[in-house]
Design a protein around this ligand. Structure first.
Ligand SMILES: Cc1cc2nc3c(=O)[nH]c(=O)nc-3n(C[C@H](O)[C@H](O)[C@H](O)COP(=O)(O)OP(=O)(O)OC[C@H]3O[C@@H](n4cnc5c(N)ncnc54)[C@H](O)[C@@H]3O)c2cc1C
Length: 402
């Protein structure tokens, strides 16, 4: 019997344990530092768990070498992952953009089927145990924790990343793998809120719009997203912000956003629309010229941005001023001051160097019989189920490769 240890009972660790235990010659010990398994999974997708995305492709993944993920993702496609979950009894629905959720709309359904699948004679679960160190002991590994320890023949590190610290995101996985000779790239919070100079977003706090957002580093456009944009006290949030947050987090200083409130219209078309509004309601205050198209506080903010007196009647707006308002609504500039930290980020960009692992098996190229999977590695995905898809694919590959 080979003794297998998996550190971390999150998304990737649980499926790795299930796959490893399919080999009756393995005795699997799954170790989790929190009181229960799958804590982060339970909070994923706002409690709904967006467990995969049917439009998964390599371009949705990032890191120093995203191609590392190619084999795992082609072996464990979203269809195969859903077959795996279906065999465990999970029913799912696919929503817009290929996002897959449990039919129950409850992340707990995903966790439940995994927990039941872990109930096998050759799987042992140790919760509330934090692995503090791992040493090489001949060809084996020796693990220790407060008040205990054990040895094993094969080891999978599935400790996740440091994002979502309230839900258990820690540095442990990076540190344990570093102690075994691995290296790590710089870490950045991703899929998180963007902080900007507060004046403009604060005036529209709580308003959600559908918008296009361009990211500029100096004069160079470095990213673009489209979707829900939510204005907050000190910045912006929403799905479009999650999509561009990685580019912002890794770009350094001098970054700004340009918000387009009228994605399907050119600047001239917006100006024509404003001219028609001016003709229709000449006596209305300028701040109401966007009413019918945008929230009143957005209209007010755009007037201020274009340096137009919000209370002056529309009839007094010149062609130049209409053009300035149209420009403001197509390219409202927000100066970035940073991104929210790891605490509120959904994923860690960066991680243990993938060049040091074999993408066909997830085994270390440095230490035989050592494997890693999930977010601890330098692979992160876009918002929309791509991160859990990577956790399942890499975990199932690691567990099946032992
Ligand atoms: C709020 C939030 C919402 C999210 N929503 C989605 C979503 O809807 N869709 C999506 O695709 N992705 C989502 N993600 C991202 C996704 O949850 C993660 O990418 C994924 O869980 C990573 O899986 P993992 O197995 O690598 O790590 P985790 O799931 O984080 O599991 C790692 C486990 O290892 C344990 N551990 C760490 N160190 C030790 C140690 N020393 N000893 C023992 N145990 C240890 C941790 O406690 C943890 O349980 C979300 C993330 C957050 C924070």
């Amino acid at each position: 019997m080979a003794e297998v240890v998996i550190i971390g009972a999150g998304a990737s660790g649980m499926v790795a344990a299930i796959a490893a235990a399919e080999n009756g010659e393995h005795h699997v010990t799954l170790i989790e530092r929190q009181a229960r398994v799958g804590r982060k999974l339970l909070s994923s997708g706002n409690g709904r768990c967006n467990l995969t995305n049917m439009e998964t492709e390599l371009s949705r993944y990032h890191g120093a070498a995203p191609a590392f993920a190619s084999h795992a993702l082609s072996l464990w496609t979203p269809e195969k992952v859903l077959e795996f979950f279906s065999a465990l009894g999970l029913m799912t629905v696919t929503e817009y953009g290929g996002r897959v959720y449990p039919l129950s709309n409850q992340a707990s359904s995903v966790l439940d089927v995994l927990r039941f699948a872990l109930e096998k004679p050759n799987i042992e679960l140790l919760c509330g145990v934090t692995v503090e160190s791992v040493r090489r002991k001949g060809k084996r590994f020796s693990l220790s924790w407060e008040g205990g320890g054990m040895d094993c023949d094969k080891l999978i590190v599935a400790c996740g990343g440091c994002a979502g610290s309230k839900l258990g995101g820690v540095m442990d996985g990076y540190n344990l793998l570093k102690s075994l000779g691995h290296s790590r790239t710089s870490l950045y919070p991703s899929l998180t809120q963007i902080r900007t100079r507060p004046e403009i977003p604060r005036s529209m706090k709580g308003i959600k719009v559908q918008a296009g957002v361009e990211v500029f580093k100096g004069k160079n456009k470095i990213s673009f997203g489209s979707g829900d944009l939510l204005f907050a006290e000190n910045g912006v949030s929403g799905t479009v912000v999650f999509d561009i947050s990685r580019a912002v987090a890794t770009a350094g200083e001098g970054v700004s956003l340009r918000v387009d409130f009228f994605e399907t219209m050119s600047r001239d078309e917006v100006k024509d629309y404003l001219a028609r509004r001016r003709a229709a309601r000449p006596e209305a205050p300028a701040k109401e010229i966007f009413s019918g198209a945008l929230h009143s506080r957005v209209g007010l903010a755009l007037c201020k941005y274009a340096e137009i007196q919000p209370e002056s009647p529309c009839s007094q707006l010149s062609e130049v001023q209409l053009a300035a308002l149209a420009s403001a609504s197509k390219t409202l500039r927000l100066d970035v001051t940073g991104v929210s930290g790891f605490e509120s980020a959904q994923v860690t960009a960066g991680g243990i160097s993938t060049a040091e692992f074999n993408p066909m098996t997830m085994e270390s190229r440095i230490v035989p019989n050592l494997f890693a999977c999930g977010e601890v590695l330098d692979i992160d995905g876009d918002c929309g189920g791509f991160n859990l898809q990577w956790a399942w694919a890499s975990g199932l590959l690691a567990g099946g490769s032992l």
